[in-house]
Design a protein around this ligand. Structure first.
Ligand code: ADP
Ligand code: MG
Length: 252
């Protein structure tokens, strides 16, 4: 069953057709990679799923509900969480505090009261945050400042912040960008583990083909705003149109 269904999504920036009639069907419990040359429209597409951009046309359905025309926090409440291309963390707070913040934020201000489903007090939020840090392998460093972490650990921290919200769908924009090979492999292992233990569906934008082929169940290839192929990683490897799209840009 498709948990995320994208139909005929187009987005124009002035004279540039950034997305052109994009269709995407993400099955529940799978890892779906979106690949494509720089400027293909990958981040633009993800922005359309989280309320940062409104597509000009088309529909985005998640779990039977439309994600269009609603506020980012409502999308978040529906179970969609996103790891941004550059980590958005609080550098002068500890890892533990960082992971606790999303739980509190959800109960304040604009956010509906009582929708934090697990807990009603600070101690429970703290225990929940500690459990998530344990799961992601950062528990030992929980009292250290976020700014003092390596790039890889900052990324993992951001994932922990997302996981503390118990998402059904996790969107990751180049989760291994700028990472060492060791950190990249650790991230692959982590994402695999999260699939097994939590069954979270993931949409991953990724440049690194090693990551794509180790993680993805399905791959969509974007080129100049158009999906030119959607298939298993094995089939994508042999696809002539995909090779041509990468030719001259990222051919190996
Ligand atoms: P990718 O993530 O695949 O590298 P993007 O989605 O970031 O590509 O960008 C697709 C195209 O849209 C690029 O040509 C980019 O310059 C352009 N673009 C992205 N965001 C904006 C914006 N807010 N305003 C104008 N042009 C944009
Ligand atoms: Mg991008």
């Amino acid at each position: 069953m498709a948990i995320l269904q994208v139909r005929n999504v187009s987005k124009r920036f002035g004279g540039l057709q950034a997305l052109n009639d994009v269709n995407l069907s993400v099955k529940e419990g799978t890892v779906h990679a979106i690949i494509g040359p720089n400027g293909a429209g990958k981040s633009t597409l993800l922005n359309c799923f989280v309320g940062r951009l409104d597509p000009d046309t088309g529909t985005v359905m998640f779990d039977g509900k439309s994600l269009l025309g609603i506020k980012p926090h409502e999308i978040n409440q529906a179970g969609v969480s996103r790891v941004f291309q550059t980590p958005e963390i609080f550098g002068d707070l500890s890892l533990l505090e960082n992971v606790m913040i999303p739980s509190f934020a959800r109960r304040d201000g604009d956010f509906k009261v009582n929708w934090w489903p697990r807990t009603d007090n600070e101690r429970d939020v703290k225990e929940h945050a500690e459990a998530v840090l344990q799961e992601i392998g950062l528990y030992e460093k929980r009292h250290e400042l976020a700014d003092s972490m390596s790039r890889g650990d900052k990324r993992r921290l951001e994932m922990a912040m997302c996981l503390s919200q118990d998402p059904k769908l996790l969107l990751l924009d180049e989760p291994t960008a700028g990472m060492s090979r060791a950190d990249t492999n650790a991230t692959i292992d982590l994402l695999k583990r999260l699939g097994e233990t939590r069954g979270i569906t993931k949409v991953v934008i990724e440049h690194d083909m090693h990551v794509v082929f180790s993680l993805a169940d399905y791959v969509s290839v974007l080129a100049q705003g158009t999906v030119i192929a959607e298939n298993t990683p094995e089939a994508i490897k042999g696809d002539q149109r995909v090779k041509e799209a990468y030719l001259g840009t990222e051919a190996e």
